[in-house]
Ligand binder design. Structure first.
Ligand SMILES: CC(C)(COP(=O)(O)OP(=O)(O)OC[C@H]1O[C@@H](n2cnc3c(N)ncnc32)[C@H](O)[C@@H]1OP(=O)(O)O)[C@@H](O)C(=O)NCCC(=O)NCCS
Length: 179
């Protein structure tokens, strides 16, 4: 069932996107993640950083972003990280978060991403096929406050091997406070 319409975000959505993070995340954390979401809109990466918004009656009620991560040992490998994600509290638990995650993964899968990462609650992300096990060979760019939240989902098996890899991320995510 469709609960909201999902479309690519643009720079014109910046303030609406900031607004959903300020409302959906607890105080103390919300400014940091709102700034992250806003900054990601300006990332000019190759391959591109992607942001989607969920709208109901023309109002932005949710947002998700995916930015590329690079591996130090393999130029033919493409990873993305899902961060951040939020839906405003009034519209929780009707599937909007799931729509954003699934639409985004479909898009990056078409871009031939090999693996998508997330740093978040395994109870939420497990239902989308993310697991800590799939992430074990990949070292996040910064030391994690919550190592159990580091997860991955393999999208295309071809690019993978068993070599350990240290990941680097886009500029907006290069803040140890986010990890
Ligand atoms: C997490 C979030 C995006 C989910 O959005 P949503 O639109 O409510 O998600 P869905 O409707 O697709 O799924 C809701 C289900 O996920 C569950 N869920 C939400 N957050 C969860 C969490 N942290 N851990 C486990 N389950 C969670 C809900 O209880 C609900 O379960 P149900 O379907 O059995 O009732 C939303 O709660 C949110 O924005 N939270 C605040 C910000 C946040 O934590 N973002 C994620 C950062 S990692």
């Amino acid at each position: 069932m469709m609960f909201a319409s999902i479309r690519l975000a643009t720079n014109l959505d910046r303030e609406d996107i900031r607004g959903v993070y300020l409302r959906a995340f607890p105080e103390g954390e919300n400014q940091l993640v709102a700034t992250l979401a806003a900054n990601l809109l300006s990332e000019e990466t190759d391959p591109e950083t992607i942001a989607l918004v969920a709208e109901i009656s023309g109002d932005v009620v949710g947002h998700i972003a995916f930015s590329p991560v690079m591996a130090d040992t393999n130029n033919n490998w493409l990873g993305y990280i899902l961060a951040p994600l939020c839906v405003i509290p009034e519209h929780h638990k009707v599937g909007i978060g799931s729509e954003l995650v699934e639409s985004g993964i479909e898009l990056i899968s078409k871009k031939m991403a090999d693996v998508v990462f997330v740093y978040g609650d395994p109870k939420y992300y497990g239902k989308f096929g993310f697991s800590a096990e799939a992430a074990t060979q990949f070292m996040p760019p910064y030391e994690l406050k919550y190592p159990f939240g580091w997860q991955a989902r393999v999208l295309h098996e071809g690019g993978s091997d068993d070599q350990a890899r240290k990941l680097s991320c886009v500029l907006s995510l290069r803040d140890p406070a986010l990890w």
